[in-house]
Design a protein around this ligand. Sequence first.
Ligand SMILES: [Zn+2]
Ligand SMILES: [Zn+2]
Length: 167
Amino acid sequence: MLLRLSKIIDVPNAPIPFEETLDLRDMRFGGCCPVQEPVLAKGAVRQNAGVLTLIAELSTTLHALCDRCAASFERAVSYQVEALLVHELADEHCADAWTFLIEDDCVDLDEVLSTAFVLQMDSKLLCTPDCKGLCCTCGKNLNEGDCDCRPEPDPRWAALGQLLKDK
Ligand SMILES: [Zn+2]
Ligand SMILES: [Zn+2]
């Protein structure tokens, strides 16, 4: 959706609210497409001292496999985003992922909001932030309890044990 900004470009403190639903079902993240439900975006664009900012809240429910324990999970997430809208990309803006271009007095909400969503997503998809993962020896899911594996012996002690045995 294109949001026309002409009416606030010269009028400060008159926010233009918007509410949109994004379809990010095809967005791949790691090995899967975790955004199977619509993303609800609610926010506004406002102008202050000639600077246009877009503020929004993005929310959805992720469906994914945990990167650590491989269990499938669903988790409600919501991200706050704030982006700067500019008429020209000056050099100092190019490096900033949170700056978007206004074209013909319009901003492409889909582009801004989908990019913002991706930028805000955690770099790993975890079933819970403190997922314990799987035991690398027996493969047991350690969220369900400890396994019987002993920790690997320190290789230095193993070498010493070998020395003593050789004598
Ligand atoms: Zn997990
Ligand atoms: Zn184990």
